[in-house]
Design a protein around this ligand. Structure first.
Ligand code: FMN
Length: 172
């Protein structure tokens, strides 16, 4: 298999792994930045703090800002927040990160991080450690606070489209 074949089969294979969609936000001495990610993953509920990780491209200004601010918030989007997913992916013409923030409502968490109003779940984190693996920073966060919305319906992304989770009928 050529490298190009392997890469495209990898992308096609991963597109079948539907994931939830989050906007990782950060604020602090390095400034305010936010980026749409599907790489958010739970690491452990049973360490000294719960922990999660996110993989963010090294060329996204959000990655060095998170590392310098030493904190971020993972805002898991609700079903009706597709437009925000596109906005924070730079798809709506908002290359300027501060302009992205103007198109949504925010609260400030205990660590000073931007919490997105209406997000399904918001995890406020301190950066615990990070590794630059080739193109992406793998950033592990210690979860210091969790804010849950009343509506748990979470936006999904799979096979290159936004989706919603539907419960499969139970057959005996
Ligand atoms: C559904 C979805 C999931 C994404 N997941 C990631 C991700 O996990 N990590 C990442 O670095 N970029 C991810 N991206 C791409 C970034 O959002 C996008 O490249 C970035 O916001 C470009 O703007 P920036 O370079 O100004 O941050 C994703 C985009 C979409 C639409």
């Amino acid at each position: 298999m050529t490298d190009i074949d392997l890469r495209s089969r990898f992308l096609e294979g991963m597109s079948r792994a539907a994931t939830f969609v989050a906007v990782a936000t950060t604020d602090g001495e390095a400034g305010r930045f936010g980026v749409t990610i599907s790489s958010l993953t739970s690491v452990s509920a049973d360490g000294s703090q719960p922990s999660l990780l996110a993989c963010i491209h090294h060329l996204s200004p959000a990655a060095p800002a998170i590392l310098r601010n030493r904190a971020f918030c993972a805002n898991i989007l609700q079903e009706d927040q597709q437009q925000l997913a596109d906005l924070f992916a730079g798809r709506a013409g908002a290359g300027d990160h501060l302009a992205r923030f103007e198109r949504a409502d925010w609260m400030t968490g205990a660590l000073g991080q931007p919490l997105l109003t209406g997000a399904s779940a918001r995890f406020e984190c301190r950066v615990a450690t990070s590794v630059l693996w080739e193109t992406h920073h793998i950033i592990v966060g210690n979860v210091m606070d969790v804010h849950l919305s009343e509506n748990p319906a979470t936006l999904l992304y799979g096979q290159r489209a936004y989706r919603r989770a539907v419960q499969i009928a139970h057959h005996d």
